[in-house]
Design a protein around this ligand. Structure first.
Ligand code: GLN
Length: 261
């Protein structure tokens, strides 16, 4: 029986707008398919063997929540998480978690929180928050080709629909460097910074984005994309996921896309 191990970073400090729903979705979609899944919450001060995990989730948080855990994350886990990502660890980081995967987050009050630099991006807080529903044209097709791990070559084509929907609420403006690809293009909403039309960042199998919602319940095709990557990494071949009856999830997703476009 297939099995996956998920690390959930700082669930007590970094869980805003229902981001925990992403973990629930991953777990449930595994269970429905008979895939055993173990989730370990990672608390501040905890030692972690990052080679044990197939997938890591890092939710969003207020600036104050980020300040509580930023140093622990950078000092204790930075080098090993960077190495794990280089080795194909699948990661989803939302908003505050996304910002801490980058080089740094300079808050709107002038506090500079370090990031681990796993994603080539940095974030600067603004006085006006970027709030609202968001639709992104997901660039998985193009992005997947550029995510250069040889083991990923056998991945099936990106599922359709190619939109991601979510809810964003952030003061941080994130700017991408040449070392990452955007997760997608903003169709409605603000995205990374409200200026350049990009949303999120992808490097190898690490994904950062501003999509709360929760993201994965609203975008089951993206949840399955992450599970496929994780199974592929662990078992070394393109994993066929048993199709699920997603009628309601797809209808909810499509209703948001239709309403917002
Ligand atoms: N504190 C960060 C910001 O406002 C992240 C917010 C969040 O995770 N929703 O930019």
């Amino acid at each position: 029986m297939a099995a996956l191990r998920i690390a959930h970073l700082y669930p007590a400090q970094m869980n805003i707008y229902g981001d925990r729903g992403n973990v629930l979705t991953l777990v449930q979609r595994c269970r429905w398919r008979g895939i055993a899944v173990q989730v370990d919450g990672i608390a501040p001060g905890q030692r972690v063997d990052w080679t044990r995990y197939d997938l890591a989730f890092f939710g969003g948080g207020q600036d104050s929540g980020q300040a509580l855990i930023a140093e622990d994350f950078v000092q204790r886990h930075g080098p090993e998480v960077r190495a794990a990502i280089a080795d194909g660890l699948v990661m989803l980081a939302i908003c505050g978690g996304y910002q801490l995967l980058g080089h740094y987050f300079l808050t709107h009050t002038g506090e500079k929180l370090p990031g681990i630099g796993a994603l080539d991006c940095y974030t600067v807080g603004g006085t006006r928050r970027l709030i609202g529903n968001i639709v992104v044209a997901w660039s998985a097709g193009a992005g997947a080709a550029e995510r250069i791990r040889p083991r990923a070559e056998a991945l099936p084509a990106a599922p359709t629909p190619a939109y991601l929907v979510g809810f964003e609420n952030h003061s941080g403006r994130t700017y991408l460097g040449a070392g990452v690809q955007p997760l997608g293009r903003v169709v409605r909403g603000y995205g990374n910074n409200g200026e350049d039309g990009t949303e999120g960042a992808v490097y190898q199998h690490a994904h950062g984005c501003y999509l709360h919602g929760s993201l994965l319940p609203k975008n089951p095709h993206f949840a399955d994309h992450l599970l496929r990557l994780a199974l592929q990494r662990r078992y070394g071949h393109a994993a066929a996921l048993t199709p699920l009856d997603d009628t309601f999830e797809q209808q909810a997703h499509a209703a948001m896309v239709t309403r917002l476009l």
